[in-house]
Design a protein around this ligand. Sequence first.
Ligand SMILES: Nc1ncnc2c1ncn2[C@@H]1O[C@H](COP(=O)(O)OP(=O)(O)OP(=O)(O)O)[C@@H](O)[C@H]1O
Length: 658
Amino acid sequence: MIQKTRKTTPMRSVSGGSSGIPPPSPSLRTVSSFSNIRRSSHMRSTSGSSDVSSSSPPPSLPSTGSSLSSSIKTSYIQRNDSVRKISNNESYSGTITVTVRVKPVPHQNKEVWEYSNFKIRNVETINTNNDEYKFDHVFSPHVDNFEIYKTTAIPLIDKLFTGFNATLFCYGMTGSGKTYTMMGDNENPDGIVPLSVSLLFNQVLNSRNDKKYDVILSYLEIYNEKIYDLLDDDRTNHLLTPSRFTSTPSRLNSSELRIRDDLEYGVKITGLNEERCDTSQELMKWIKYGDSNRKTSETEYNLRSSRSHAVILVRLVTHNVIDGSKTSSTLTLCDLAGSERAAGQQERRKEGAFINKSLLALGTVISKLSAESLSNSKHVSNPMGPPASPSLNSNGNNHIPYRDSKLTRLLQPALSGNSAVTTICTIDPRMETYAETINTLRFASRAKNVSLRFNIKKNLSTISKSEVEKDKIIKELTFRLEKQKETINDMKLKSSHDTSNKFSLDNPNISLLQTENSILKKKLENYENIMNKDMIELQDSQMSEIIDMLPIEIGALLENKFQGMESQIRQFQKYTNELENKILNLKKQNRSLLNNSTYSLDKDDEILELQKMLERKDKIIEAFQSVSKLRDRALKPISQSNIASLPQPPPISKSTFL
Ligand SMILES: Nc1ncnc2c1ncn2[C@@H]1O[C@H](COP(=O)(O)OP(=O)(O)OP(=O)(O)O)[C@@H](O)[C@H]1O
């Protein structure tokens, strides 16, 4: 495999001196946590000191290349002034902060924000024809990004600096202004993301001397229910083609990342690149680089619509110089893809289906959390009622279907209460989008009910020694594996050019390396399995993902086949049990006849004949069952969503059958 070509700059320690430790391979991927990414592929840090290997974006990207590769990085940025002090065990609890932003429409009367279908009553209230919705803030169309940033993002950055995770996501139909809110546009480039990044670095640079900070960026997208790294170098070469912003799938080289549960951090994304940034400009260049990798195409309502959910993760690691403690908090900024009606083109329809499916999953999660919160608050407000249970909703059902989509899996830690959460719901007020507006308002009002169930905990550094050691082994093995793959490739290449056939493909050196390589691979898998404590669960979820990906007809067919088989097996078991009993009885009778010296061989033949006959009948029953199941299926297709919840068939033991 060809090694990635990302450049590295010399490492520097806190004091500015070089550590002498070689930088990790830029192709190494790390295991990162969504809510609390705990390692950087380009940073090694121990308490009090750190060795940094910084990297710059690939040189092929003109806007990000030269200035970054030449920039000198320091490991920690000194603080000069005070950041609000809070104790380490302080916790925060609250509800999701919900704001609604109405997109301007041409020729709108700027005095009265009244549309044919709804009215902005005041800064907190929207009235539709039938309902009244209350939110934390309602922004009229004339309000600019800066105002929205002040109300929504500044409080989150404050939280971040006091050690809490903070999450902000934009939700709304396609073209309603999510990307505009998050990133701005060419005319107004200041969206929430650049403004927040700038504030964050401002705080870092003006902080007190007793704290040092690392700011580490990851950027991913969820496209068609797959997670991709937007900072992945592998994507650049083939993505920098004219087709980048078309709907042609362009992920030939980039690999899908896996998400897994993690006891400590909620969820982790394996292999996500991390970039340590020292300035807001540097961080924004990486984000722009990631944006250029993001999937966009044209929808009915947006010429350049985001076809993926984009998630920016900015991790702030705070090192307390005085007591040596380390706190890590993550700012998560999500620009979700917009919901839309079915598109004409097949590729687009598929994208739309995935987007709608994941937004539906998010809606369901929010709805369940909302019902749960309301139910709990009723219990709390009624002292005579049953005690509030944080994990049960009004139906006594505590299942929140986070696993129904990658998006909800990613947001699970935040929505389960390990982060302060703000959502900005954007609406396009035109009559033609009324149905979507109502959907968005309903989503927003449910989100408003969600109280973050558990107190949001600060993330003090608690990585165990064994975890660190395992990580180290995995890194080393991965590195060796990559190196050996390279050597094998080199040797193969040489052998194809070498007329003396010194390096022929059956060269023992190559075989030896290949064997060694497969052993390394096994070792690596083994270690990854050890790390991956919930491997079985993951495999289950992978299975259900595969089922989810299947076209609905195949899903329904499989489901019917499955049910048919299940029913047949049950009937077989029952039937053969009866047969066994009959035959046992006959044998008993025969034995007693034998004892009475009246035994006849005819009886044995009768039993055998009976067995054969029953076997034939089994087959007939089986055929009947298949036909009847197929008929049932044709008459009443079963929805795909039932597939996952089907019970497992009873175990079949050979002895059950004759
Ligand atoms: N508040 C606003 N003021 C001015 N222009 C806006 C505003 N909101 C959106 N727009 C413009 O509307 C168009 C669509 O907006 P945007 O791309 O942000 O929508 P979106 O919700 O991200 O859509 P999608 O889900 O399809 O990606 C853009 O040209 C954007 O500049």
